[in-house]
Design a protein around this ligand. Structure first.
Ligand code: DC
Length: 220
């Protein structure tokens, strides 16, 4: 199987680019952030604090996560229910960041991620794909952009979806999430030694997509 790993902070453009690369190569796009978000939603629905490891673990194994594809779009199922919309609500972002710091949550999702990569040509995005989940991926990308640029993009995206948010509030939240994601003990966000770093500030989606497609074609 050919696997492409794409890691980086929130809002760097990973999902948009990974989706386009997948389309061009005929690969499956796997958004692992959606899996952490689904666990966060599951814990919130139990009215438990997402930053309390014991509480999270007490309901973790009741969360059955599956991916389904409709017209090339990934849908995420939590115990059979399509929660693709619920996981994008703002409160699901912090919940995902909280639960993702818990090693048991990471181990639980690791098996699911590994299984998909072993059976399909895929481009998988996340924080620890090149370092932990798919250390042998043939192509590894670490995609970055400044926090301000990422906030601008996310603001625009949410505005277009009809749920505008305040720029400064979002910037503070993005900086906080970056800090959480890169300072946690379990699989912190960091570039794999053999990953190619691409700073997406000032580059178009098409330009970055082309770079990654060319890298993948070289190993196909
Ligand atoms: O990519 P995203 O914003 O949907 O991710 C949601 C949260 O999940 C984010 O705070 C980091 C975490 N995450 C992770 O720890 N490991 C991954 N492979 C993917 C996401």
């Amino acid at each position: 199987m050919i696997n492409i790993a794409i890691d980086g902070p929130s809002g760097a453009g990973k999902s948009t680019i990974a989706r386009k690369v997948a389309e061009k190569l005929g690969f499956v796009y796997v958004d692992t952030g959606a899996m952490y978000r689904a666990i966060g939603v599951h814990v919130m629905r139990h009215n438990l604090p997402t930053d309390d490891a014991r509480a999270v673990i007490s309901v973790l194994y009741d969360a059955h996560i599956a991916l389904a594809y409709q017209a090339g779009e990934q849908h995420i199922l939590l115990n059979g229910e399509d929660v693709s919309k619920a996981i994008r609500l703002p409160e699901a972002s912090m919940a995902a960041s909280n639960v993702s710091a818990i090693p048991e949550v990471r181990a639980y999702l690791f098996d699911l991620q590994k299984n998909i990569a072993n059976t399909t040509n895929c481009i998988m995005d996340g924080r620890d794909i090149g370092t932990v989940v798919l250390p042998d991926a043939q192509v590894k990308i670490f995609l970055t952009a400044t926090a301000e640029e990422r906030t601008r993009r996310r603001c625009l995206e949410l505005e277009q979806k009809g749920t505008p948010v305040d720029y400064d509030t979002l910037l503070t939240e993005i900086i906080q999430r970056d800090y959480n994601d890169s300072h946690r003990a379990a699989a912190p966000l960091k570039k794999a030694d053999d990953a190619t770093e691409i700073d997406s500030t000032g580059l178009s989606i098409e330009e970055i997509t082309d770079i990654i497609v060319k890298m993948a074609e070289a190993v196909l």
